[in-house]
Design a protein around this ligand. Structure first.
Ligand code: UD2
Length: 369
């Protein structure tokens, strides 16, 4: 037993004897220097600790989420499908990237840094004297915010040494910035109407592209890539990406299990996929292919969007949902790893060696206003 308790002594500066203090504590009446009872003080501490805990979790939510995602296994290419030849890059070096899937179950290559030979691809494209189209929409504030950086970086990294024709679709042709173009490269500006909602601008790309592919663009290009404007090139984006139908693995979803992917699930929508459907989640910010295949893709998406509109519904991710439905029905012949359309918001991914296109920082409220 403590001395003070035994003798009932009050030490100088104390708040009564141990027995008194214990009595007060039991009744929740112990006073601290701030005049708070111990029970209240303990409650306050608990509150602060939980608040800091939650704040910490909230601030680090992306890191925590990323760590969880990082631990999801991605699978690898079955040996039965090896070796795979690519029509542009020659024999693919699957063994160079054993930690990632380098092919699909239907035998299409998934291009990761190190699996292809960019020199072979460049020579093959030159030998075939190809012209590659690059389409981009810059409507409203997307024009002044993103277009110049997009084009300047494309001149540095997109199909360098090849014939390239840029198609810029905009509501303000006169505001398209001047960008010095290399030999064999030209830029065409096409007028489009500005839709009221940004979702409609995004979806209107499908019928517009369909029409363009059926016209001058389709006549002058052999392969076409359709990109979002709010991104910029940071590394070589060469003929290794070319194929009849090219899809981009979405940087945010390539590690997720299929049932979690953000496909449209509403059965009434033309874009709907059931829980047992879907291969990967593809990003609408980058897709490409031959003119003939892209005509089919854009027709499918444009029709699906129109059907949904008639039914008074809109797919979860607009044109991207319809694109994902199309790629489920018509399998892409080449997939690009997330290195080909990456975001620096995701950190610590060891499999991302060499990002070639990065999402630009975006102030949604400003650009979509
Ligand atoms: C996602 C996809 C995008 C598309 C969209 C549909 C990314 C990086 N992209 O983009 O591919 O599927 O969802 O919901 O995640 N645009 C204009 N003016 C506008 C609005 C759009 O020019 O007012 C063009 C522009 O090229 C833009 C593209 O349409 O990059 C897609 O729109 P977004 O980038 O605003 O859509 P976002 O970021 O949600």
């Amino acid at each position: 037993m403590a001395l003070g308790a035994e003798w009932g002594v009050s030490w100088p500066g104390s708040h009564g004897s141990f027995g008194e203090q214990e009595g007060r504590r039991q009744k929740g009446l112990g006073k601290s220097t701030w005049g708070l009872s111990r029970a209240k003080k303990r409650l306050l501490w608990r509150f602060f600790l939980s608040a800091f805990g939650f704040l910490g979790l909230y601030c680090c939510r992306f890191i925590i989420f990323s760590l969880i995602e990082d631990s999801i296994p991605m699978g690898t290419c079955p040996t039965a499908t090896m070796p795979l030849r690519d029509n542009f890059t020659g024999l693919l070096r699957h063994w160079a990237r054993p930690e990632v899937p380098t092919c699909t179950s239907w035998g299409a290559p998934i291009i990761w840094d190190g699996t292809f030979n960019p020199h072979v691809a460049r020579q093959e494209a030159r030998r075939r004297n190809l012209t590659i189209g690059l389409t981009v929409f810059a409507v409203g504030r997307y024009l002044e915010t993103f277009l110049e950086h997009f084009l300047v970086s494309a001149e540095q990294h997109f199909m360098v040494g090849q014939n390239v024709v840029y198609y810029v679709f905009t509501d303000r042709p006169e505001a398209v910035p001047y960008v010095a173009l290399g030999r064999g490269r030209l830029l065409r500006v096409k007028l489009v109407q500005r839709e009221r909602r940004w979702q409609d601008v995004s979806m209107a790309r499908m019928p517009t592209l369909h029409e363009a592919l059926g016209g001058q663009l389709g006549q002058e290009a052999d392969f076409v890539f359709c990109l979002d404007v709010d991104q910029y090139f940071t590394g070589s984006f060469g003929p290794e990406v070319l194929a009849d139908l090219v899809a981009q693995l979405h940087a945010c979803h390539y590690r997720w299990p299929r049932w979690l992917l953000p496909y449209e699930r509403d059965k009434r929508s033309a874009a709907a996929l059931s829980l047992s459907e879907g291969d990967f989640y593809y990003h609408a910010a980058v897709f490409g292919g031959s003119v003939a295949e892209l005509r089919k893709l854009t027709a499918h998406c444009a029709t699906g969007q129109q059907l949904d509109r008639k039914r008074g519904i809109e797919a979860l991710w607009h044109d991207e949902s319809h694109l994902n439905k199309f790629f489920w029905l018509s399998k892409p012949t080449k997939l690009l790893s997330p290195e080909f359309c990456w975001t620096e918001e995701i950190i610590g991914r060891r499999e991302i060696h060499h990002p070639r296109l990065l999402w630009a920082p975006k102030q949604y409220a400003w650009v979509r206003n």
